[in-house]
Design a protein around this ligand. Sequence first.
Ligand code: ZN
Ligand code: ZN
Ligand code: FE
Length: 757
Amino acid sequence: MLVESTSKIRIKASIFGVVQGVGFRPFAYKLAKRYNLKGFIFNHSGGVELEVEGDKSSVFEFFIKLEAELPPLAKIENITKEQCPLKNYKDFEIIASVKSSTNTSIPADISICADCLAEMRDIKNRRYNYPFINCTNCGVRYSIINSLPYDRDKTSMKDFTMCKRCYDEYTNPNDRRYHAQPISCFDCGPKLSVLYKDATKEYDNVIDKIVLKIKEGACVAIKGVGGFHLVCDATNDVAIKKLRDAKQRATKPFAVMFDSLTAIKKVVDITDKESSLLLSLERPIVLADKKQTQSISFLVAPNIEKLGVFLPYTPIHILLLERLKSPIIATSANQSSEPIIKDEKEILQKLPFVDAILTYDRDIVHICDDSVVGVVDDREVFYRVARGYTPMSFYINSTKKILALGANQKSTITLAFDNTVVISPYIGDLNSISSVEYFVKVIDDFMNFYNFVPDIVVCDKHPNYESTLWAKEYKKKHNTVELIELQHHYAHSLSVMAEYNLFEKVLSFCFDGTGYGDDGVLWGCEVLLTSVDSYERVYHLKEFSLLGGEKAIKEPYRVALSLLFDIYSKDEILSMKNVVVEKFSKKEIETFYMMHTKGLNSPKTTSLGRMFDAIYAFMGEDSYINYEGESGLVLESYAKCCVLDEVYTFSIGKDGVISFDEMICEILKETDKTIIASKFINTIADMIVKISKQNKELPVILCGGVFQNLTLLKKVIQLFKNENIKYFIQQKTALNDGSISLGQAYYAINLQRNKNG
Ligand code: ZN
Ligand code: ZN
Ligand code: FE
C-alpha cells in the first residue's frame, strides 16, 4: 500500500513475467528518465527488481505507463509494490544481472519487427538487405540459447565477435539494440551460403541462386529459426508431386508461405482476427478456409477445405519471397515422425532428394517447429504451440518442483517451481528413436536451464507411453521422487482448468483419439465431472472394437465393420449391400467376425476420433487414413457443402452410456456424403448440448483433439450461446495432447496446495 505522507516517495517493485531479454530494462530506464525518477533496475532469478524514487505523482504515472507502454515482447504477469524510506538516489541505473542459475523466462523466437524491416529496406542503412538483422524487440532467442541467464556468451552467437559499431549499439541504453544478444551486421555476423548435393558451398548471391532453383521446380531446404524447411514452388504440380513421393506423404496438407497478406487473401478467406494473427510477432501458420478458385496447386492440401498459410518471419524468408514473387510450400524438414532437422549434414544424409540448401554458419541450439492455429468465434484454437509462443510461462504458485511429462503424441513437458509454470515447445510424436532422444534432451535442457531437480514427476497412466517409461526409469534411479500417474482425459480437462485457474467442479467433454482408461479400455469420448483433486466418469460412448488393434487406426473400414457387428448378425451383414461390407470378401468378414466375438486382437475403445474414421468409411472414402485427423478434415469439407440442422438418432442410457447404434442404421440408408457429414457433426454437437443442459449448474469444458474440428467447435459454441451455457476452451495451449503436461502439472500443484491446507 502506498502511504500519502510526503510529496517524494520511494517504491520498490518486484516484477514477474516475460521481462528479461525483451528490452524491459532499457524501457524502464527511459521511462524513469522521462519522469525524472532516480533508483535502479536489475534482473534476478525471479524476474526484475526495480526501485524508483521521486515526486509522488510522477511515481504513480511511471507505474501506469510501465504497464501500458510495455515493449512488444514483454509481458507482466505479476507486480508487487512496497513503499520504503527515502534513500535519495542520485541517478537511475541499470545494474548488471545477478548471475543466477534460475531464471523465470526464456524469451521465445520472434519475427522481424517493423523498425528492423524498414532498416533492411533502406539502401542507405548499413544493414540494408542484411539477412540477420534484429533488435531487442525482435529476432531469435530460445533457438540460440545454450544456458541462462540470457547473455551473448551463452548463445550460439558467442562465436561472432561484435564489431565496434555493433558494440556501441549494444552498450547504449538509448539504442534499440541495447543488449540485443544476437546483434550483428555484415562485418561481424553470420554468413549465408548455398550448399549443393556434392557438398560444395557458395557464398555469393545465395538468395538469387535458391530463387532460381525453386523457379526451376527443385525442392530445396532452407535454414530458418528452429530448423530447416523443405521448400518448393506452391504453384508447381510436378515439384509438389516429387516432394510428396520423396516424403511418402500422400495427402497430408502442406503449409504455404506467401509474400504478403494481399497474396494470402487471394487464396483463402481471412477474418480480421486471422489477419491479426498472421501479422503478429509470433507469425504462426493460420488454418483458413480455401476460396473456390485456387491459384496454388491442388496437391498442396488435397480433399480438404482448409489451408495453412503464413507470412515470412525472418529477414531470410522476406528477402527470398521478395525476389521469388510466388508462394512456397514450407514444411518442416524431417523424416516421418522424426524431429525437425537443424543441421545441414543431416539434410544431405536423410533427405537426398533435396537439390540445394540455403544455410548459414550459426548453430540452432534448440529446434522449434512453426506454430499452428485456427480461429473460432474470434478466438485462437491452437493445434501446435511452438515458435513464437514457447517456452510459455504462467504465474501459478507451486511449493514443490514438479516435472510433468505429457502424453506420447504431440509431446510437451511442463516444469513447475516457485511461482512459475513453464511449458516446453511442441516436441512431436514419440514414435521414433530420434524423437524419444529429442524428448529426453528437452527434459535435460529445461532441467539445466532452471537448475531443476524434481520432487514430483507426473506422467500418463498409459503403461507403454515413452514418457511413462522415462518417468518410471527416473523413479527407479531417484527413489525419493514422488511419481504420479494421471488419467489422460482428466489431464486434458485439467489443462483447461490451469489456463483459466479454475478449481471448482466442471463438466468436461474430453473427446480425442485415444487415452488409457482406468479400466484398461482405450477411452476417447468421455464426459468427466472434474475438480482439481478428483474426477468422475459420468458419460461415455458405448465401447466398440478395433479389429486388428493398431491396424484399425490406419484402416477405418475395420472400425466401421465392427460397429456393424455390434448391431447386426453375421448373416444380416453378409447379405448387406453397402460400401463397408463390399470392401471385404466373405472370408475376411468371417475372420473379423470371429476376432470380434472372441475378442482376438480387438481392443475395446470409446474413442470419438475412431468414430469419425468409421463415418468416413461409411461415406465410402479412401480405405486408408494417411494422417491423424484426416477423416475429420474431410468430413468438414463435405459438411461445408450442406447446411443442415438435422441430427441423427442417438441414446443416452441411465448408466451414462451414449449409443450411436441407431445413427449407424440411419447412415446406412443415406447416400449423400454431404448429408452424412453434416448430420454426424450436428449429432455430436447436439449430444454435447443435451448433456450440458442436464447438468445446467456446471460450467462446461471442451478439450481434446476432436475439437480441432472447427466446424464442430463452431456449432457447439453457437448452441452454448443460444442456451446460455458457460464454457471454457483453451486459448493459449494446444487443444490436443500438447497440453497434457500442463494438466498433469496443475494436478500436482493443487495436490500440494491441498496437503498444505
Ligand atoms: Zn527489430
Ligand atoms: Zn557488426
Ligand atoms: Fe488426448
